[in-house]
Write a protein that binds this ligand. Sequence first.
Ligand SMILES: *Cc1c(COP(=O)(O)O)cnc(C)c1O
Length: 371
Amino acid sequence: MSDFIPVNEPLLNGNEKAYLCECIDTGWISSEGPFVKRFEKEMAAYVGRKHGIAVCNGTAALEAAVQALDLEKGSEVILPAFTIISCAQAVTKAGLVPVVIDCEPDTWNMDVSRIEEKITDRTRAIMVVHIYGLPVEMDAVLELSKKYGLKVIEDAAEMHGQTYRGKQCGSFGDISIFSFYPNKHITCGEGGMIMTDDDMLAERCRGVRNLFFSARRYMHEEIGSNFRMTNMQAAIGVAQLEKIDEHILRKREIGHRYDELFADLQDVMLPVPKRDYADNIYWVYGMVIGSRYDFDAQEAMKRLGDMGIGARSFFYPIHRQPVYVKQGMFKNVSCPNAERISERGFYIPSGLGITDEQIEIVAKAVKTLFA
Ligand SMILES: *Cc1c(COP(=O)(O)O)cnc(C)c1O
């Protein structure tokens, strides 16, 4: 099916190849190569943070960030129900207890008005995750963190270049993370980065990343991981970062074009174009099927697939994940908004590699689906 339009294709039309060749020509392919430090420095400058710690992927970045905070075992971390498992497992792997918050029905972000009622004397941190295109209402989160002395972990994996009231996403948390998976605004193939202004946290993240090697090599005071990023990944990252402004303009252009093409759709929820704190960056173009239609997202994706269009379902709620349900977790938890959009939500091809012509083809298929 040569005409199939995949849900994502990255755009690699800058210096990626030249920088990769440099890795091969110089022999620097490991994490010791110069592109790693350069990528860390340039990302930190871009986001406006003191430290960037490059790791092998965004999931590892979350794990390292949570481990670096060194929270007392058994303490609670508040996070959205509607997010990727990486967020919750960073919490549970560290021996901490995840407490989920339902999402807003329209932005799909954590409903910050429900956080305070979940804070107990065991709460130690709030993990915010900016979902799909709009940032979380950070003012409310930062106020709560101050009032109750909670750490803020910020997952900005989908938000490179997005701002909240003019300030870069990824600059708000005590510790923040990015992913560079190929469907993100900039990619390394696989990659992640932790960002912080705190020297000690940064040092701990470097420790986790590299097995807590100490001055006396092969002697270790703490259990770490091998989360290192290679020079080849970083080479692609540096080239991608040179293009980030173009990438973001293009993402917004794709989103706005779909908005226009879908203006007449009935009872289908589209991304919220803006809030007073941010304009949507359209990381992915999501839609939620209204109740007038007798099919769900799984069926919609199947029908789109038959028309040659790739689509992907929304996240599955954390409190319904079989792995946690089997452990008896989240027994009386219900998050109706997250549950509904995970059944009825999906996203359509909106990666940087999509052409204008493909956008029109996708839109036509989507309109047929809802005709
Ligand atoms: C992509 C993503 C991650 C995970 O990143 P990987 O690099 O794929 O491990 C974490 N959080 C969010 C919100 C993401 O979208």
